[in-house]
Write a protein that binds this ligand. Structure first.
Ligand SMILES: [Zn+2]
Length: 296
């Protein structure tokens, strides 16, 4: 009976255009078995920090979603849940993100890395073309939005905090930021974003048994856009691209969404080019070809 009820609910949810299946941060995994809360190892991120990161995003995106889309932004704080993941759902005008303590407590997850996971989930809601479902941006696009738009919007005025990254950023990513940005404040924001992205790349490495480094971009070229989770190196490349792209993403527009069934068309790509770096127009900062196949 319970299963039947669940099935009915699942069908109803899908029929109404809501689903979490496309919008996880990570593929399914068993890292929850290593959670501090179970093993009693020393914790990394505190619950206070977990809440502060979420508060910051809710303070910005709550009013934003209400004003621009008439939507209610809900972030569920699942601190005691050991799941190492995050996900997003939409049900009518309620746009939800679920954040788990298991991900926050991973040793690889820094405060800013955790914020970028939240930004990734917001990116499923707002990132636009290319899409994996009627409403959700692709995994790669959610990553791109996280650093191009969300980190920029949440952190741009935190100039003193951003400046701290200047002291710890490594030489190579610093050189990438300095080539893309001439203003010191923009450079600092870029460094901070790079460091947050690397935190997530380290987590993806722990999950996939791979290594992701700033200096070793994924050279593969997909024949068609990958709508699923790219490999860790490819995802780091996407975080880097978002940090380097000089375009202003207008998060009150979901690029391509109004194209309906043609939301993954060349026309949608053209529409997205107003807010993102298309390869034909920019030498750096475009979506990496390890997951994205340009149509233009
Ligand atoms: Zn995702």
């Amino acid at each position: 009976m319970l299963n039947l009820t669940r099935s009915v609910l699942a069908v109803m949810t899908l029929a109404l255009g809501g689903s979490a299946a496309y919008a996880d941060f990570l593929p399914p995994n068993h890292l929850d078995r290593q959670d501090n809360m179970r093993t009693k190892r020393a914790g990394t991120m505190s619950q206070a920090t977990f809440n502060a990161v979420i508060d910051e995003a809710v303070a910005y995106y709550g009013p934003y979603l209400k004003t621009n889309f008439g939507s209610t932004f809900v972030v569920n704080r699942k601190w005691t849940d050991s799941t190492v993941n995050a996900n997003a759902t939409q049900f009518l005008s309620t746009w939800t993100v679920n954040m788990y303590g298991g991900l926050a407590r991973r040793p690889e997850t820094t405060r800013d890395g955790f914020a970028l996971v939240l930004c990734h989930e917001i990116g499923h809601h707002l990132g636009g073309y290319p899409f994996v479902s009627s409403w959700a941006a692709d995994e790669g696009q959610a990553d791109y939005f996280a650093t191009l738009s969300c980190a920029h919007d949440l952190w741009k005025d935190q100039t003193a905090t951003n400046a701290l990254s200047r002291n710890i950023i490594q030489e190579y990513p610093k050189s990438l930021c300095d080539a893309a940005w001439t203003n010191e404040a923009d450079q600092n924001l870029c460094y901070r974003t790079m460091l947050g992205g690397k935190s997530l790349a380290n987590l993806l490495s722990a999950l996939g048994g791979t290594v992701a480094q700033y200096e070793t971009p994924d050279a593969s070229i997909v024949p068609r856009t990958n709508h699923a989770h790219p490999e860790g190196q490819c995802r780091l490349d996407t975080y880097i691209a978002g940090a380097l792209c000089p375009q202003q993403f207008d998060a009150s527009v979901i690029p391509g969404k109004d194209f309906g069934s043609k939301r993954n068309s060349a026309s949608a790509e053209t529409a997205s080019g107003k807010y993102t770096c298309l390869q034909q127009d920019f030498n750096t900062g475009s979506r990496p070809l390890c997951w994205f196949k340009p149509l233009l």
